[in-house]
Design a protein around this ligand. Sequence first.
Ligand SMILES: [Fe+2]
Length: 391
Amino acid sequence: MAVRKLFIPKDVFYGWGAVEALRNWPGKRAFIVTDRTMVRQGHVEKVEKLLREAGYQSDVYSDVEPEPSRETIQGGARRGVEFRPDVIVGLGGGSCIDAGKVVRLFYEHPQLMGLSWTELGQQARQVKLGHKASYVAIPTTSGTGSEATPVAILSNQESSPPVKVRVLNMGNLPDMAICDAQFPFTMPPHVTADTGFDALVHAIECFIVNRPTEIVDALAIKAFQTVYRWLPRAVHDGQDREARERVHTAATMAGIAACNGSTGLVHDMAHQIGGAFHIAHGRSNALAFDAALSYYLPKAGAKFLEAAEAIGLRPKDEADGAVRLLGALRELRREIGIPLTMNEAGISEKEYMDLIEVMATNARTLALRPSQASHDEMRSLFLKAWSGAPL
Ligand SMILES: [Fe+2]
C-alpha cells in the first residue's frame, strides 16, 4: 500500500453544541466573515456573544453575497487590516466560508489583491498562511464541506459568461471546523435539498472517480449512505433534530473525503452551469449529475455496484448496479424537489445551447486537475444534461 497523508482541519468539533469549543480557542481579536442572512437569523449574535464571554473583541463583515466577487472579498480584507484580528471566523454557507479563506489570504498577503485572476490562482498556492490569524469555519448549511477543504471558490464576474474561479492553498484548510447542527435548523427546505445534494455528490463522486483508498473511501461511502437516508427527512421536516445532525456531520465527512480524493466531472460541469445561469451550486450538481456520471460507467462499474449495495439495492451485476443507483438518486431528487435536467429547470434552450461550446472549454481548462474528458466528450455531456442522459 502506498504511503498517503490525510489532510483534515487541525480540530474538528461536531455534534449539538459544538460551537462552545470556540470558548477555548486561542486569540483575542476575532473577525467574523459572514452574510446578512446570518445576521438576520441571529447566528452572528450567538457567536459574538460566545466570543465576548471568552474575552474576545470582535468585528463583523457581513457583506458576503452568494458566489462572492473579488470586490467583496477585498472589502473584507481591508476591514480586516484595520481591525488586526488574530482569528478569522467564516460563518455561513460555502460562500461565507470560502470568502473567509480569501479574506485571510489577502489580510496576510495584501500584495495579492492587485493581481489578475490568473496570477492570483498561481501565486495564492505558494504563500504561507496563518502567521497573523488562525482560521475557524462554522458551516450553517449542510453541504459544501468547505470547512474541511483548502479550496475557495470565487466568481469572476468580468468574464462572459461569469465563471467560478478556485483559489487553492493548503493553508486554507481551516485550523478549526465547528459542525454544530444547531445552525442548519434555520435553512429553508430548498436550501436543505440543494446543499444536501451537494454533500451527496462530494461523497459519491469522490468514491467513484478516485483510486480506492481505505480511509477516504470509508468516509465517502458512509457520508453517501447517511445523506441518502436522512436528507429527505431533513428537507420535509426542518425541525427533525436527528436528521439535521446526521446530514450536517455527513456533509463534513464528505468534505474531508473530497479534500483527500477529488471531485470530478459533475463538479467541473456544475461550476460552469452555476456560473453562467446563477444556479445554486448543489442544484447545478444535481442538473449535471446523470450526464457526468454516465461518463464513468464504462470504467467504474465495480464502484457503482458497491455504492448501489451500500444504500440497500440488490443489483445482479455491475451494469445493473449503475442503472439502479442512478435510478435511486433520480427518485431522491424527485422526493426533495430538485429538477433532473436543465430543460426541467426552466433554462432557455437557446441560451443554453449558445453557451455549450464555451462551457465545455471552461469546464476543462478551469478544472483543478487535468480534465478527464476531451472537449468533444465534454460538449456531449453538456448536451446530455439538457434533456437527461440515457443510461
Ligand atoms: Fe460541491
